[in-house]
Design a protein around this ligand. Structure first.
Ligand SMILES: NC(=O)c1ccc[n+]([C@@H]2O[C@H](COP(=O)([O-])OP(=O)(O)OC[C@H]3O[C@@H](n4cnc5c(N)ncnc54)[C@H](OP(=O)(O)O)[C@@H]3O)[C@@H](O)[C@H]2O)c1
Length: 267
């Protein structure tokens, strides 16, 4: 299976390196198309596959083509690819907001998969949600799921609208977590811990709480009840958060992200 990654930026290289690390493909079967000659030279030095600067030199031999350029570069990309496309080729796009139908029509392609990964994909801890056009076969979907799973977890959704929702939850989600972590680190510093102590206290608390949650059957609310003894410290904190509607604010933030994802998808 020959894989062509178009766009040798953050995500394109993350995929190339994850595929090789997991031995799902070899560098002989990996091609990278990068328009910037300087970046192409840098990528070639990494020895992770053959690097090209022109679509006509590599598109024809690819079975799966991964579109990893910025959404604003998609129209120019489609125009440069369209003349060389074989309808049996599978396109996997990770471009935020660019719809499956737009990709299929612009490329005159039938087999289009659209995925929304997130940043922790860079360390194999990503969350990807993907959907596909009807022409993609089950075998091709499994193949793509295996590729995406090299960067973390991947789930398939039937409805494309779920991709916008995934953008608002797992796509933008790492920033919400860092926002909460940052506030807790600031609180720790105000209470007298130095910067590195504050970072350790907070990051280890997040890691421990998530691991405990993953290893149990309790919901978040059940865990909160378990650790909030009557008249105790956790109860005092939770009372303050509830009075300030922090929970509702976090939901409103995610809803704002969903609204923005939908707007971007229309433009
Ligand atoms: N980063 C994330 O966490 C994340 C998460 C979810 C989805 N995504 C999506 O992933 C995509 C890539 O993001 P990124 O952060 O990897 O972007 P990036 O670092 O800017 O990489 C894109 C690369 O594609 C190159 N390029 C542009 N047009 C091209 C063309 N026609 N042919 C070949 N190469 C071309 C760019 O070159 P120039 O720099 O010379 O233009 C750049 O090197 C985006 O669509 C984004 O929405 C990213």
């Amino acid at each position: 299976m020959k894989i062509l990654i178009i766009g040798g930026g953050n995500m394109g290289l993350t995929y190339a390196q994850s595929f090789l690390r997991s031995h799902i493909t070899s560098k002989e079967d990996m091609m990278i198309l990068e328009k910037s000659p300087e970046k192409a030279l840098q990528i070639a030095k990494k020895d992770i596959g053959t690097v090209y600067g022109d679509a006509k030199d590599c598109l024809g031999t690819a079975d799966i083509i991964i579109l990893a350029v910025k959404p604003q570069d998609s129209a120019a990309l489609f125009a440069s690819l369209a003349p060389f496309i074989d309808p049996q080729q599978v396109f996997l796009s990770i471009m935020a907001g660019v719809k499956t139908e737009t990709i299929a029509q612009s490329l005159n392609a039938t087999k289009v998969i659209r995925a929304m990964p997130n940043l922790p994909a860079q360390i194999g801890m990503g969350m990807t949600v993907f959907t596909s056009s009807e022409a993609v076969t089950r075998i091709e979907l499994v193949m793509v799921q295996n590729l995406l799973s090299t960067t973390g977890k991947a789930i398939y959704v039937e409805q494309e609208s779920a991709i916008d929702a995934a953008t608002a939850i797992s796509g933008s989600g790492p920033a919400y977590v860092w926002y909460f972590m940052d506030a807790m680190m600031e609180a720790a510093r105000k209470m007298g811990f130095n910067v590195s102590e504050a970072e350790l206290l907070v990051s280890q608390t997040f890691r421990g709480a998530i691991e405990l949650y993953n290893k149990s059957d309790f919901s978040c609310e059940e865990w909160i009840q378990k650790v909030s003894s009557k008249g105790g410290t956790t109860e005092a904190a939770m009372r303050s958060y509830r009075a300030n509607a922090v929970h509702e604010d976090i939901i409103a933030g995610a809803e704002a992200a969903l609204q923005r994802a939908e707007e971007l998808g229309k433009s």
